[in-house]
Design a protein around this ligand. Structure first.
Ligand code: HEC
Length: 156
C-alpha cells in the first residue's frame, strides 16, 4: 500500500522533470545566471529584513520559528550562489557584479561560504531566544557588507 502511494506520487513528478528537460532544449543548465543570482540576493535581502525586524523586537514577541526560517532562507539561497557566477556572466543585463569577482574567484567563493555558515549559525541560534538570535543576525549582516564592499559595483 505504501509503495503504491509513493509510486502514484512519482509518476507526475517524472512527467514534470521530462517537461522541464524538454523546455531547456540545447541551452546550458544555468540559462540566466545574472537574473538567478539577483533573485537569490533579493530573497536573501527580504529574509534579512525579516530577521533584522525580529532581532530588534522584544523578547516577549520573539518568534523562534520565524527567526529560524528567515536564516534558513538565507542559507539556502547562499548555497545557490556558488554556481551563479560562471565566467560568461561577467557582463550583461543590469549586473552590478564587479570584474574583481573573476580575478579573485576563490576569495569571492569564500565570502559566499561565510554568508552560508553565518546563516546556518543563525538557524542554530534561533531556538535559543532573542539574546542568542540578535548577535547571529549581526554576524550575517557583516558578511553582506564585507562582500558588497569588495565585489559589488556602486549603482551607476
Ligand atoms: C559573496 C558576496 C556577497 C555576499 C556575501 C552578499 N552579497 Fe549581495 N550581492 C553580491 C553581488 C556581487 C551582487 C550583484 C549581483 C549582480 O547584479 O549580478 C549583489 C546584489 C545584492 C542585491 C541586489 C539584487 C538585485 O536584484 O539586483 C541585494 C538586495 C543584496 N545583494 C543583498 C544582500 C544581503 C542582504 C546579503 C547578506 C545577508 C548579501 N547580499 C550578501 C555579493 C554578495
Amino acid at each position: 500500500m505504501r509503495s503504491g502511494l509513493s509510486r502514484a506520487g512519482l509518476v507526475p513528478a517524472s512527467f514534470v522533470a521530462i517537461a522541464l528537460l524538454a523546455g531547456l532544449g540545447t541551452v546550458s543548465a544555468a540559462q540566466d545566471p545574472i537574473g538567478d543570482r539577483q533573485d537569490a540576493m533579493d530573497d536573501i535581502g527580504r529574509a534579512m529584513k525579516t530577521a533584522s525586524t525580529i532581532a530588534k523586537g522584544s523578547a516577549d514577541s520573539y518568534d523562534a520559528a520565524a527567526a529560524g526560517k528567515a536564516m534558513q532562507t538565507i542559507a539556502s539561497a547562499a548555497a545557490e550562489l556558488h554556481t551563479l557566477f560562471p565566467a560568461d556572466s561577467q557582463t550583461g543585463g543590469d549586473t552590478r557584479a564587479s570584474p574583481k569577482i573573476w580575478e579573485n574567484m576563490a576569495d569571492f567563493d569564500a565570502h559566499i561560504t561565510k554568508l552560508e555558515e553565518a546563516a546556518k549559525a543563525g538557524v542554530a541560534a534561533a531556538p535559543g531566544g532573542l539574546a542568542a538570535f540578535a548577535p547571529a543576525v549581526q554576524a550575517v549582516g557583516a558578511t553582506c557588507s564585507s562582500c558588497h564592499d569588495l565585489y559589488r559595483l556602486r549603482k551607476s
